[in-house]
Design a binder for this molecule. Structure first.
Ligand SMILES: [Zn+2]
Ligand SMILES: [Zn+2]
Length: 567
C-alpha cells in the first residue's frame, strides 16, 4: 500500500517543504531579486511549468496559504499556455515569467528564434506583466537556449533578468530535476560558473538545511508536475491537512546531522538486470545454433526441473537492497507464465520493469547481420510482450533490451512506434559487435538515434538509446556483467564504469543467473566455458563494483528518460 507520509516528491512533501520555508525565511520573487529588493537572507522559489499546468495550481495554492511568493515560468507551447491558469496563479500573488525555448524551436537560427521570442512574449504579456525569463532546456538538444543572448540583449524587450544568466553565484541552488535535489542528473540545469555547492539528496535533507538556518539564501527550482497528490485525492487532503497546519506555529527542529553538507560533481548511473533463465541463452533456445527452436519447443520437450532463476533473483533483490539501489529489470515476457509471482516481487520493491523480448529469440543473426524475423512479426510479438509485462507489474513498460544484445536501427523505429521510449542494447567495444552498424559515433552515454539507424542523430527524437559502459585502454573493453564480469573481473569493470561515468550517464548490467550457485542442466551443444565462473565469486565481484560506486546516484532508466524529456 502506498504510504504518502514516507514518499518523497508528493504534494504532501511539498507542503512540508513550504512549511519549513515559511517559518524560517522570507521569500522574494525572481524579479524582486533581479531588482535588488531582497533582504539579507531569503528564499527564491522558482517553478518551471514544462507540462501539466493544472498541477501548478496545487503548488501555487499551498504557497499562497503559507504566505510564500514565488515565480512560475510558463512555456508558450500548446497544452501549457493556458491563460486561465496563468491568471489564477498571478491572482494568488505569484510572479509570472516566460520559459523560452525558441533557439531550439528555430533549429539554431537565431534571427528566427528572436522573432519567435518577441511574439511569444507578447502573447504572454496580453495576460499579465512579465519581467523575467528562464530558458527551457532539453539536455540532449544541441541548442542551449541561453545562447540566444550571446548576440542579443533581453533588456531590449523590457526584461530585467534571466533566471540562470542574471543570478549571482552566491546563491545556493537546489533543483528537483531527477527527483533528487542534487544536480548530478542534469546536463543543462545548472548555474554557469558554479562548481561547488551545498547539497541535499532528499526533500527531508533540504527541509533540514532550511530549518538549520545556516545558509543565508536558497534558490529552489521545482517542476510542479513531479509532485503528484498520489494516493489520496488532493481535495480531501488539502482541506483537512492545511486546516490543521495553517496558522499553527511550526516548531523548529535543529537536528544536528553533520554529514548533511556534501559537494557533488559526478554523472549518474543506471543499474540494469536481465531476467532470463539458463535455457534462454542462445545455445539452448532462440538462435540459429540452439538445440530448441524457441522456448515453446523447450517446454514441449523438457520434462525436468527448469527454474534456476527464482533463487538468484531473490539474492539479486537483497543485493540491491544492501546498496540501496533502485534498478531497471529487463524481463523476458514468458517469465510471467513460468515463474508465478516473480515479476510481481521485483515490481513490489519499486524497481522498474522493462522488456527483454517475448521469449529471448534473437532478432538478428549476429554473424550474417540478416534479420531472423520480419518487422511486422517483431512489432506484434514485442507489443504483446510489453502488454503482458504491464498487466503483471502494473507499470507502464517503456524500456527495451534486445535479446542477446543483437540490435538493429529498424528495431528502434519499431519500438518507438509501439510505445517504447528507450532502448538499451548497444555495446561499443573492440571485441565484438552484435549490431548491424559500425557504431563509430557511439560512446557510452545516451543519445538520440537517427531514424532507421543505430548512429546518433543530429536532431532530437522521442526515443533514446542507452549504450553500455566500456573501458578504453587503446582497445575498448566491455565493462558490465554477464560473461565480461565473470571472466574479466571486478577491478577492470569498476575502472571501466568510472571512466564511462566521466563521459556521461552510463549503464551497468548483470544477470541473476550469473550469481546462481547451482549447476545448470548440462544439455546438448552448451558452450563448455560459458558457465565456468558463476555463483558466489560473481556475487562478490558485484559487491566490489557496487562498493566502488557508492557515492554515485543510481536511477532507473525510466527516471533518466523523464529527465531528458523536460528540464
Ligand atoms: Zn523546462
Ligand atoms: Zn538476455
Amino acid at each position: 500500500m502506498f504510504n504518502i507520509e514516507t514518499h518523497d516528491f508528493t504534494s504532501h512533501k511539498f507542503l512540508r517543504l513550504c512549511e519549513a520555508i515559511s517559518s524560517n525565511y522570507p521569500t522574494v520573487t525572481i524579479a524582486e531579486y533581479m531588482e535588488n529588493k531582497q533582504p539579507d537572507s531569503f528564499i527564491l522559489m522558482r517553478h518551471d511549468i514544462d507540462r501539466m499546468p493544472e498541477r501548478a495550481l496545487v503548488t501555487a495554492r499551498i504557497e499562497k496559504e503559507l504566505g510564500i511568493r514565488s515565480t512560475y515560468y510558463f512555456r508558450t507551447t500548446k497544452n501549457i499556455f493556458k491563460s486561465k491558469i496563468i491568471y489564477q496563479i498571478k491572482d494568488m500573488g505569484h510572479d509570472i515569467g516566460y520559459h523560452y525555448e525558441t533557439l531550439s524551436e528555430a533549429n539554431g537560427d537565431s534571427e528566427k528564434a528572436l522573432d519567435l521570442f518577441r511574439s511569444n512574449l507578447e502573447r504572454l504579456r496580453e495576460i499579465c506583466e512579465v519581467k523575467t525569463i528562464c530558458m527551457h532546456g532539453k539536455p540532449l538538444s544541441k541548442y542551449d537556449n541561453r545562447e540566444l543572448w550571446k548576440n542579443y540583449d533581453f533588456r531590449n524587450f523590457g526584461i530585467t533578468g534571466e533566471a540562470y544568466l542574471s543570478v549571482r553565484d552566491d546563491l545556493n541552488y537546489f533543483s528537483d530535476t531527477g527527483r533528487t535535489w542534487s544536480y548530478k542528473n542534469s546536463i543543462r540545469d545548472c548555474i554557469p560558473g558554479r562548481t561547488e555547492r551545498v547539497f541535499a539528496e532528499t526533500t527531508d535533507d533540504l527541509i533540514e538545511l532550511i530549518e538549520r538556518r545556516k545558509l543565508n539564501n536558497f534558490y529552489i527550482l521545482t517542476h510542479p508536475e513531479r509532485w503528484p497528490s498520489s494516493a489520496i485525492g488532493w481535495g480531501s487532503y488539502y482541506s483537512t491537512d492545511i486546516a490543521v497546519n495553517f496558522g499553527k506555529k511550526i516548531l523548529m527542529k535543529y537536528r544536528e546531522k553533520n554529514n548533511n553538507i556534501r559537494t557533488i560533481s559526478k554523472n549518474n548511473l543506471s543499474i540494469t538486470v536481465d531476467i532470463e533463465d539458463w535455457y534462454h541463452i542462445p545455445s539452448v533456445c532462440g538462435s540459429s545454433f540452439s538445440i530448441y527452436k524457441n522456448v515453446s519447443e523447450f517446454f514441449e520437450k523438457w520434462n525436468d526441473r527448469y527454474d534456476y532463476l527464482s533463487e538468484p533473483t531473490k539474492k539479486t533483490l537483497d543485493l540491491l537492497d544492501e546498496f540501496n539501489i533502485t534498478a531497471t529489470f529487463f524481463v523476458v515476457a514468458d517469465i510471467a507464465e513460468h515463474y508465478p509471482g516473480l515479476i510481481e516481487s521485483i515490481s513490489a520493491k519499486g524497481h522498474e520493469i522493462a522488456c527483454h523480448g517475448a521469449d529471448h529469440t534473437c532478432v538478428l543473426d549476429t554473424k550474417t547481420k540478416e534479420p531472423l524475423i520480419g518487422v511486422e512479426e517483431f512489432e506484434k510479438t514485442t507489443l504483446k510482450a510489453k502488454k503482458v509485462l504491464e498487466r503483471i507489474s502494473g507499470q507502464e513498460v517503456v524500456g527495451y533490451r534486445a535479446p542477446n544484445g543483437a540490435v538493429t536501427g529498424w528495431m528502434l523505429d519499431s519500438l518507438e512506434k509501439i510505445g517504447f521510449k528507450y532502448d538499451s542494447s548497444v555495446s561499443v567495444n573492440s571485441l565484438y559487435n552484435k549490431s548491424d552498424s559500425s557504431l563509430k559515433a557511439v560512446s557510452s552515454f545516451p543519445y538520440y538515434p537517427a531514424p532507421g539507424s543505430l548512429e546518433p542523430a543530429c536532431g532530437k527524437r522521442n526515443f533514446i538509446e542507452f549504450p553500455w559502459a566500456y573501458y578504453d585502454m587503446g582497445i575498448k573493453i566491455p565493462t558490465y556483467g554477464g560473461p565480461t564480469l565473470r571472466f574479466l573481473g571486478s577491478h577492470l569493470t569498476s575502472k571501466g564504469l568510472k571512466q564511462s561515468l566521466n563521459r556521461g550517464h552510463t549503464i551497468f548490467y548483470f544477470h541473476p543467473i550469473d550469481i546462481s550457485q547451482e549447476d545448470f542442466p548440462s544439455i546438448g551443444n552448451r558452450r563448455p566455458l560459458y558457465w565456468i565462473i558463476k555463483g558466489k565469486i560473481v556475487e562478490e565481484k558485484l559487491r566490489y563494483v557496487f562498493k566502488g560506486l557508492e557515492t554515485i546516484t543510481k536511477v532507473p532508466l525510466r527516471i533518466q528518460v523523464d529527465n531528458y524529456w523536460e528540464v
